[in-house]
Design a protein around this ligand. Sequence first.
Ligand code: PA5
Length: 436
Amino acid sequence: MENNITLDCSGAEDYFKEHELDYLRPKITAAHQLLHNLEGPGSEYAGWIDWPLRFDQEELQRIQQVGQKIKEKAEVFVIIGIGGSYLGARSALELLTHSFYNGLTREERQGPEIYFAGHNISPLYLTQLLEVIKNKDVYINVVSKSGTTLEPALAFRVLKSLIEQQHGKKGAGERIFATTDQAKGALKILAEKEGYETFTVPDDVGGRFSVLTPVGLLPMAVGGINLEEIMAGARRGCELFSKSDIENNPSYLYGAIRNLLYQKGKTIELLVNYEPSLYYFGEWWKQLFGESEGKDHKGIFPAAMNFSTDLHSLGQYVQDGYRNLFLTTLWIEKPAVDMNIFEQEDNLDGLNYLSLKTIYHVNEKAFQGTAQAHIEGGVPNLKISVPQISPYYYGQMVYFFEKACGMSGYLLGVNPFDQPGVEAYKKNMFKLLGKP
Ligand code: PA5
């Protein structure tokens, strides 16, 4: 039988009654129609809905070819971008490549070291990045939908200059790849003038929904991730999460339950993982939901936590602090690898009671014990099960959350595809900087 992403709401069912879910049903159907008929607010940016089904195969092949070239030739590959032009690629690379990727030898990696830049304005970060990469053959993918965002533009100016010093303008032209709007923006103009190979961020796909476009796919290709499998998983997601009713669409059921919990005062959602390689998936998810729903003075605040690590820092608050939280655990059903716990004759550490068990088993019991404690402590728990970590399930997970997010935004009564609030800090910063 085929395994797919599933949702278990049993840890939240004490917080709402069946009829409350029934009241939501017509609203969910209406939200579904707005999404699929492209009739809702912001629908000009809802092109992600059928993107996995319509993405051009020739373009996918071009991405794979360029990715392969960079993989073979580069010693270092730097992805420059922020927000929706950064988090998707990073979440996939962190999840689907080795946990200590840059620490492996080139033979083990079969590709360049990979770094990120342009997602902060830190001179320390940039200086130390330059120290690490300056004597290596550096290739760059600069990603910016608008082509005007300050953070990546600054980092790009610095790194472009490094490559030009090393290889001249022509050599730099062979090492720099730009992913941006097809027609407008400073990056597009610059890339054309310098003759860089470019990739297009589709007009109708907003930044935080763009990981399955060249924005995320080129970095993934350089990291050796199988793009066909990513897109196959996303296409399967399109089928699995296409129904308008919550009985047949776990993505919508997730959106509906979080809306009910929000109505009960559960205004903070903690996306929890028990697998460190999911850390950046949590960061990607935070932008997806935070930027989509946090508007008009409404919305669930999305926070991500890494267990069991954070149980030793924030666990006290979750168990016993202010009761406005609910937890959504992203659980991986089949570990990529497992490790047997061996017996020791002296048993000085007192761990022999675990011998013949595995580390995954201990992690699973930590999850079960934690969920039980949190439910008893007044924190509703949702569980999203992912069969295993793979490109295919990464694609399916992305689509699961994107679909839930679109529907959930309409259910909340906001435009899930704009981000007017992001401009406020920029306006002040540019004024303070004296931008003409
Ligand atoms: O969603 C948003 O608007 C932002 O978070 C963007 O993703 C981020 O600012 C990057 O924008 P751009 O790709 O235009 O550089």
